[in-house]
Design a binder for this molecule. Sequence first.
Ligand code: DHB
Ligand code: MG
Length: 240
Amino acid sequence: MFTNVDGGEDYEQDPRVTAVDAYTAYHLLSPSNIKYHDALDHAYFNSIEKGLPDIAVSRTQGQSLAVQARMTGAKNILEVGTLGGFSSIWFASAGDDVHVTSVEVDPHHKAVAEENIASAGLSGRIEVLLGPGLEVLPNLIQSVEDGKSDKFDFVFIDADKENSLNYFNLAMGMVKPRTCIYVDNVVRKGNLADEHSTDARVVGSRKLVETVGKDKRVAAVVLQTVSEKNYDGFLMAVVK
Ligand code: DHB
Ligand code: MG
């Protein structure tokens, strides 16, 4: 079904899947449907031009995140792993009253993301915090505990996969009942099912799935996805 293509990221693509993404994007993600359409295009191409890896969510996945944010009425969104701010802008498209706090460890990624966010006119609604998630998230928890910040009602974890479970557990310290915690890229071309994998990203994703499976605080599922970018999937957990 899938063929490896050389996109720098060793994508697996299927022409049927790519054609369906192109067809549905043409009709559902047109400039008249998507408020930040041109800014999202600019964010994508500017990020590639500035040397960021081509691993942002696809357009359709971005709109899927925005639809889920709308569905859940999320207004205060936490993102771990900003990259070029592409998904942050998608989240901000879920409503003019949506605020995004995004954490990025790489200063160059943060600078490019801030350019892209400013181009979209969203600097007032998307804040990028610099630092490793393992340091920044505890500070955010403290800020919530001190009453200086609100709890989050949607969490998108899309950073170093080795730490996905750590980010999940930290996020659990600043969420509400019915908050959605969404962890990207857990399926990894099907390698999630490989118990012998030595890829630290797969090992990290398996640890996440197995631990969340025992966590009575949430109801969770992994959904496999195909897209113009890769065969992958995400874990979605809702706080009970
Ligand atoms: C990888 C990370 C991502 O966040 C993504 O969307 C695709 C791939 C990676 O680490 O390979
Ligand atoms: Mg990702």
